[in-house]
Design a protein around this ligand. Structure first.
Ligand code: URA
Length: 230
């Protein structure tokens, strides 16, 4: 891989800043400074020192974010704030994107990564990765309506796959889905003449939203959590 590309993927500098720093001899590879931005490096084996810091290379970045209301799940948007606005500049330079979408007013767990293949795998319906959402609805949900929703409902030409619902109060509960159609839970509740008034994702596969993260805060996934993407 090119040295300037590696530095920008690691979020250390933009591609052009990296080029300037390499030319200025501020980056060494195995003890020598290559001076050419396209110098080829083996990030897993070469010892690369950037402005005096030995770089610890990781192929991909995985971030857990506690999404607040009012942010769209996109990398950029002309008029709205995006979930990428909440992470550090260094991380943003790494080409992160949200692994799956939450609506603008949905809260909770969003995973940001630059692992395209891994994200594709975990989002593929084949893999049945379950996601749990805490919800509140406008009207009480009867046992019959819960059964109906669990069996699958028509959300406008699409019949939802079986899911699990655990009610904690008449208008509050947790729903576990293994798929993610556009506005799925909102449309499911509309299918039984009800309305979602609160929605928060609390897990994604084995990854649980860290209760220490306040809305808008994030942290890197642990190596155990990253296994979902392997
Ligand atoms: N279902 C919805 O309706 N919205 C979300 O954000 C996620 C699931």
């Amino acid at each position: 891989m090119r040295l300037d590309k590696l530095l920008s993927e690691m979020g250390k500098a933009s591609r052009s800043e990296a080029g300037k720093l390499i030319r200025a001899g501020k980056v060494t590879v195995n003890g020598t400074s290559p001076k050419k931005p396209d110098f080829k490096v083996d990030p897993e084996n070469d010892v690369i020192v950037f402005l005096g810091e030995v770089l610890a290379y990781k192929k991909f970045t995985y971030i857990m974010l506690n999404k607040p209301e009012g942010y769209v799940s996109a990398t950029e948007d002309e008029s709205e704030k995006t979930v990428l606005d909440l992470v550090s500049d260094e991380d943003r330079k790494k080409g992160l994107f949200p692994c799956g979408r939450l609506d603008k007013n949905t809260l909770g767990l969003v995973i940001l990564t630059n692992d395209g293949e891994g994200a594709h795998r975990v989002l593929s319906p084949k893999h049945h990765v379950s996601k749990v959402y805490r919800f509140e609805c406008k009207l009480p949900l009867s046992d019959d309506e819960v059964k109906l929703l669990e069996g699958g409902v028509d959300i406008g030409g699409y019949f939802t796959k079986p899911c699990k619902i655990k009610m904690t109060e008449a208008q509050r509960g947790e729903i576990t889905l293994t798929e993610g159609k556009y506005h799925q839970i909102k449309r499911m509740l509309e299918a039984v003449d009800n309305k979602i008034t609160y929605l928060e994702r609390i897990s994604f596969g084995d990854i649980l939203l860290d209760p220490r993260l306040r809305r808008g805060e994030w942290r890197y996934l642990t190596t155990t959590e990253e296994k979902l993407f392997n």
